[in-house]
Design a protein around this ligand. Structure first.
Ligand SMILES: [Zn+2]
Length: 123
């Protein structure tokens, strides 16, 4: 009797999640009247998600301290309007972080309780 071999394809993925809190100021440029156009600040709670099918030579997806360094250096105690070349919304902050952190595919930016913007890159 012939033996039947079944090959299961397994996809492996490693993930890391980094949570940070930064204090920053911004004022939005909007097409409608809003108090958000006035200069104000937030204690932003940011979650950075990275993934990789393989670990790097250090056994990591992305080093937590590298994520922290990039985000803190650019946004902590900064005027976000001077950091981004686009309207400094939470959505655009999330996109900037995702574009600048190695292996990042998703970022959430909470500017206040209950108000969260999420940017996710499609595969
Ligand atoms: Zn704001």
């Amino acid at each position: 009797m012939q033996k039947i071999h079944t090959y299961l394809s397994t996809t492996i993925m490693y993930y890391v999640e980094k949570r940070l809190v930064i204090s920053a100021a911004h004022n939005l440029h909007l097409s409608y009247e809003s108090r958000c156009e006035n200069l104000h600040g937030h204690n932003f709670v940011i979650h950075v998600y990275c993934k990789s099918k393989e670990l790097n030579q250090d056994g990591m997806v992305t080093d937590f301290t590298h994520i922290k360094k990039i985000v803190k250096e650019h946004f902590d105690h900064k005027y976000v309007n001077e950091v981004l070349s686009v309207n400094p919304s939470s959505e655009n902050i999330a996109k900037w972080i995702c574009d600048n952190v190695e292996n990042c595919y998703k970022v959430s930016v909470q500017e206040s309780e209950g108000n969260i913007a999420i940017y996710e890159r499609d595969e």
